[in-house]
Ligand binder design. Structure first.
Ligand SMILES: Cc1cc2nc3c(=O)[nH]c(=O)nc-3n(C[C@H](O)[C@H](O)[C@H](O)COP(=O)(O)OP(=O)(O)OC[C@H]3O[C@@H](n4cnc5c(N)ncnc54)[C@H](O)[C@@H]3O)c2cc1C
Ligand code: SF4
Ligand code: SF4
Length: 370
């Protein structure tokens, strides 16, 4: 490393290196870094040294110690298990048809966040809402506002800027919903807030499965294809579909998936986490089973949140078919292996995985396929 300021480090090793996931963890803290048109813009120079800049301390793409984060959350070593540490695997959906209608799949995420707020587990939630086609972080406190954020936007979102703007997670307990890179950023932000203000407030972290997210160049493709009406939903149906579905107020259109894939963020090629392994509870599609979610319960807090929702009759539960879990494990392992291979090729050393720190056993377990 040659530059000395925190901002210089962030520029050289993340922003200019194509590693930025646009998660927003470095933004909303100081006036010099701002999410702008799908990237982080440096609007002025900051002279803080690297050990004082929260931007690099928060960034999931700088010195992310998976071993430490895993120990802090689960009290066990990080061993790169296919879908991380899991207590229970389930399939769930909201019992409320209005929630299912607004949601991406089964509305499990919306239901869990609504329940966390109305049951008093948290005071507010940091979610992602689409405004003028662009996703942005929002801080909400009512079940109605949670419903307004239902549905997935496949553009990468600077959601964590909203957490920073609302004074860090140490101020009061929050629920956070995010993709795996955002969840890693959240754990770093929350860990720093807890150690600086001594807060023992426990957040609730709901992670979304994620294979990739799109950069804003995708908006140009959308403009070119120009579906009429306002976009109400986008989706990536399971293989063999190979298409990206867009539903507007007027019509339904599908784009070839390869055309859409051309707009995937560069950073996603070095992302090792498909199932948001540092969440309390992770939620994704139940591939091929329409209107349901796959749910991985990871922590005691996640289990409590789920159980409360089931007991109050707002969440329906079924077993996830064994074949679906095996398929998820395979997809997740493939993603991690691709990322580790790319990172070790870049460093020329299988034990140096770029921004990731872990035991050499964990790295070799993946790279050697053992
Ligand atoms: C970029 C991206 C990629 C994904 N890739 C996969 C995948 O490969 N496989 C899979 O099974 N599932 C994937 N998902 C998750 C899936 O789309 C659903 O979000 C998840 O199954 C929960 O469904 P639900 O019906 O419970 O969600 P809902 O109840 O509709 O809640 C969705 C939540 O997603 C949040 N959200 C919306 N857009 C974003 C965003 N850009 N960034 C962060 N949070 C957002 C909102 O805050 C909302 O609370 C992806 C999601 C995103 C955002
Ligand atoms: S914190 Fe997030 S948005 Fe900021 S540079 Fe790192 S990856 Fe990009
Ligand atoms: S693939 Fe990884 S880096 Fe890309 S958006 Fe998803 S979690 Fe973030």
């Amino acid at each position: 490393m040659t530059t000395q300021t925190a901002q210089g480090q962030l520029r050289e090793h993340v922003l200019d290196a194509g590693l930025c996931t646009v998660c927003g963890a470095c933004s909303g803290l100081c006036p010099y870094l701002k999410p702008f048109q799908g990237r982080v813009a440096v609007v002025d120079r900051c002279t803080l040294p690297e050990d004082e800049g929260r931007c690099i301390a928060h960034c999931p793409r700088v010195g992310t110690d998976m071993e430490q984060l895993h120990q802090d959350l689960f009290g066990s070593t990080y061993s790169a298990e296919p879908v991380g540490a899991v207590r229970k695997v389930l399939m769930t959906r909201s019992a409320n048809p209005a929630v299912r209608e607004a949601a991406q799949y089964g509305g499990t995420v919306t239901t869990l966040v609504q329940n966390a707020l109305s049951g008093g587990m948290v005071k507010r939630a940091i979610l992602t809402r689409t405004v003028d086609g662009r996703p942005m972080g929002v801080s909400v406190s009512t079940p109605e506002e949670v419903l307004d954020s239902a549905g997935s936007n496949y553009l990468a979102a600077p959601t964590l800027a909203a957490l920073n703007q609302t004074n860090g997670s140490g101020a009061s307990p929050v629920a956070f919903v995010g993709t795996p890179c955002q969840v890693i950023g959240f754990r770093k932000v929350a860990g720093l807030a807890a150690s600086s203000n001594g807060s023992g407030q426990q957040p609730v972290v709901i992670g979304l499965f994620c294979t990739w997210a799109l950069g804003h160049s995708f908006l140009e493709l959308l403009k070119e294809k120009a579906p009429t009406g306002e976009i109400v939903k986008t989706d990536v149906p399971p293989p063999p579909a190979q298409q990206f579905d867009i539903e507007t107020t007027d019509e339904k259109v599908s784009l070839p998936l390869d055309d859409v894939r051309a707009h995937i963020l560069d950073a996603c090629a070095t992302c090792h986490d498909m199932t948001a392994e540092l969440s309390d509870i992770s939620v994704g599609s139940a591939e091929g089973i329409s209107g349901w979610n796959t749910v991985l319960v990871r922590t005691e807090r996640g289990e409590k949140l789920l159980q409360q929702a089931v007991d109050s009759g707002i969440l329906e539960v079924q077993d996830l078919p064994e074949a679906s879990l095996e398929h998820l494990k395979m997809a997740s392992t493939n993603k991690r292996t691709r990322a580790f291979q790319r990172l070790s090729e870049q460093s020329g050393n299988p034990e140096e995985l770029g921004h990731l720190r872990m035991t050499s056993q964990a790295a070799h377990r993946v790279l050697d396929g053992s």
